[in-house]
Write a protein that binds this ligand. Structure first.
Ligand code: MG
Length: 395
């Protein structure tokens, strides 16, 4: 590896992708961007291509790819579709692939990068949620290192440095609790997309923001942690910590708990992954604990936030059940954001689809994609059959 790290950024127009490029921008000479991928945001990709001059750009939409080609000429190769994004994920000479595509769409390119032996800075938690067992297996075979970008998992990863896996007693994932931590059940029924999209601590994409409000995001993170750190689900605890200063903790067998603390800012876990095993100086405000004053913790309310138990259930039932949980949730979140589903029905749709599924052993990533498609169709049916006609208007 030369001193300049060759990077691929999958999902460069999304929230994590943009923050990654901000980190790259603040370390001139440390990174070279070899490839970028995006969906349909041609304007932003064009600006990124002009600034970072990658060799290859991949867009999921062919129309958008044609438009980008027209604008930038043939200085950068522009490809499209899933195959194009996989080509970007495995481009020659890359030291690290930042996997920041949102949702199950990130699965195939992340797999391709791992299979090609690239180190992966993983922000796309769905890859581990839907196919963790085989992704981890592939990384063992190829020698690819998976370095978490998700702030909680980055915290755990940092707290694990220099310690032995067999000395872990418990992983404690912290959760802000989202904007509705103190609402009663009747108030939760009336939550609007606008309220749910207004997260108190983190500025993130749409799905993850809604998932944070239902605590499904924390459920997905439990599944992510199970595979990333190879621990049993019963050794993973979720703790509500509204100040979001401690990003997660590891308890060891001697009852020592090691926590990672910082102001919430995704640039920190991104920079840690990009520079790992080193740390780099970041221009972030110092965390003065005397200003924070008080850190508080409480048990999550599993009755008001049933998504958490659904995630543990998916792990317990195993195989493809977590893929079903994830896909049904994506569809239910879309329906909520579009005003077709009440907030409190999101976990009900997920549970309804899980009830219809008998989990299969995962052997291949394309099989998982089939189950993902099935679960999406079923989720639409459940929404149509059970929630059509539910009086629900919040526009
Ligand atoms: Mg997180």
């Amino acid at each position: 590896m030369s001193d300049v790290k060759g990077l691929v950024i999958l999902g460069s127009t999304g929230s994590i992708g943009r923050s990654t490029l901000e980190v790259v921008r603040s370390f001139p000479g440390s990174f070279r961007v070899l490839a970028l991928t995006g969906g349909r945001n041609v304007d932003l990709l064009e600006a990124q291509v002009r600034e970072f001059r990658p060799r290859l750009v991949a867009l999921s939409s062919e129309d958008a790819a044609r438009e980008l080609r027209r604008r930038i000429g043939d200085r950068t190769e522009v490809v499209s579709g899933v195959e194009g994004i996989i080509e970007a994920a495995t481009v020659d000479g890359a030291d690290m692939v930042v996997s920041a595509i949102s949702g199950a769409a990130g699965l195939l390119p992340t797999f391709a990068a791992v299979r090609a032996g690239r180190d992966v800075a993983l922000a796309n938690k769905e890859s581990l949620v839907v196919a963790g067992s085989i992704l981890v297996e592939e990384s063992r075979k190829s020698g690819s290192r998976i370095i978490p970008v998700d702030s909680e998992h980055s915290a755990v990863f940092q707290a694990l440095q220099g310690n032995r896996k067999e000395d872990i007693r418990r992983i404690i994932l912290t959760a802000s609790g989202g904007p509705f931590l103190r609402l009663n059940p009747a108030e939760m029924e009336k939550v609007t997309p606008r309220e749910a999209l207004n997260h108190p601590r983190w500025d993130m994409g749409v799905r993850i923001t809604i998932d944070s409000a239902t605590l499904m995001n924390k459920g997905l993170e439990v599944i992510e942690a199970r595979w990333l750190f190879d621990v049993e689900p019963e050794s993973i605890q979720v703790l509500i910590h509204p100040e979001s200063i401690i990003h997660s903790m590891v308890e060891y067998i001697d009852r020592s708990i090691i926590a990672q603390m910082a102001w919430p800012d995704m640039k920190l876990p991104i920079s840690y992954a990009l520079h790992y095993p080193e740390r780099a100086e970041l221009n972030l405000p110092p965390l003065c604990l005397e200003d924070v004053g008080r850190l508080t913790f409480e048990e999550p309310d599993r009755a008001r936030f049933p998504s958490l138990d659904l995630a543990y259930r998916a792990l317990e039932e195993g195989g493809t059940m977590a893929a079903v949980l994830n896909a049904a949730d994506e569809v239910a979140v879309d329906a909520f954001v579009e005003g077709r589903l009440p907030f409190t029905a999101i976990p009900k749709v997920v549970e309804g689809v899980m009830d219809l599924h008998s989990p299969l052993q995962i052997t291949d990533v394309r099989e998982v994609m089939e189950v993902d498609r099935w679960a999406r169709e079923k989720a639409l049916e459940v929404i149509e059959n059970r929630f059509r006609g539910v009086k629900w208007r919040h526009l």
